[in-house]
Design a protein around this ligand. Sequence first.
Ligand code: FAD
Length: 469
Amino acid sequence: SPVIVWIRRDLRLSDHAALHAAGQAGRPVIPVFIRDHTVDDLGAAPKWRLGLGVGHFAETLAAKGSRLVLRAGPAREVLEQLVDETGAGAVWWQRAYDPASVERDTAVKSALKDRGIDAQSFAGHVLFEPWTVETKQGEFYKVYSPFWRAVHTRDVAEPLPAPDRLPAPESWPESDALDDWRLGEAMRRGAAVVRPWVQLGEEAAQARLGGFMSGKIGAYKDGCNAVAEDGTSNLSENLALGEISPAQCWHAGLRAQEAGKEGAETWLKELVWRDFAYHLLWHTPHLPESNWRPEWDGFPWNEDERRKEVIAWKRARTGIPFVDAGLREMYVTGRMHNRARMVVASYLTKHLMCHWKIGLEWFEDCLIDWDPASNSLGWQWTAGSGPDAAPYFRVFNPITQRERFDPDADYVRRWIAEGQRNPPETALAYFDAIPESWAMSPEDDYPEPVVGADEGRKAALAAYENRDF
Ligand code: FAD
């Protein structure tokens, strides 16, 4: 009987344990992607990028003589229906670790098993599954460095090859048309602007990895902070949708390390930050929802999104060039440099004293590399309320950060048009990406700071005084 392989955020053929096992089983394979609530609940940019990824993966499967069946509805109902239609005796998939997926997958597994179906999940979305790493006291890790020490010498299985063949069933079940799902609808004008920056699919991801390994990884230790340079791998976009696996990245990093590339260890550590984020999300599923450190409950964050400072931040018109440049990079490319993410998040949560959830949700709507674990950890870490957080009194100074990491202001000029006689296309593209209702033009004057760097820092420190953090 056929095997249904339930494809989720793992849009690749190689190092895909469920597809690999199905390919080896010598049975017909029916790959299916389900538009359920976890897809409908995505923000505008991640949903649009997912749609592109699913379309591309369907073509990849077609080139192998297979197909991607598309269905919409609650996953359990859809899978039960497909089992009935196709006579499949097995449903296999790769595990996910975010709370919504865990809850859904647990229910799906037990429902299918109750019907006598071989329901199996496989590892692959992280390097080290969250329950496999524990402290000597048998607890989960709350601090990154000991987590790194606990995992970095572990063996990570060599990536699996793509299945040689995926035998087709005698007849294919019906499929929705991807266009009818309109996954890109909420992106509106932004889609045309961001599209040229997207690197879609497994081949592009492998090319990115290969290019980085033969180039920038050597200088990554400093290069990872130079915001105007393209010194990082840019793989987050592909990792977020599983167009490449973390194990493929890990092994490439190890080979670079063996070849004596200096930045390799720093890069491997960053990959492990991604795992650490999943470790924390799995053990503390409230990470995206509420202060990880309860001492922060009751802290008087601004939560009113109508405030002029919040509007200025969202529109990238805070008057602080580094902050505005980072946000504009996000609107134009769908991604933002890590250094800028920290500065932008610090400015919102410290200088503007806004709740980190405002920023978390905004990124969730705008990032094509949105990741439920890394985004939550990134925001809570910067705000000070999270695990292993920056000390709460550490307020990134957006002026000195710019001087240090963008000394020639190239990054700022790349993204901010106002005040330049001949702004580059990158800076002008921002005005095509944003809603027309924001009524902004490159000829506008660049604004005065909505909250100045020193003034904001003092206000934040005063607010922290006498609190028991
Ligand atoms: P590289 O520097 O080449 O690193 C390789 C990989 O390691 C990345 O692709 C990523 O998977 C992982 N990684 C690197 N830095 C981190 C980090 N600090 N935390 C977790 N994983 C990391 N990353 C996302 O993928 N999605 C998000 O939604 C996201 N939101 C963030 C929000 C905030 C407020 C902050 C401060 C950080 C956030 N990050 C997020 C982490 C980080 O900014 C990005 O992973 C990084 O910029 C991706 O660029 P790259 O692929 O070139 O990374």
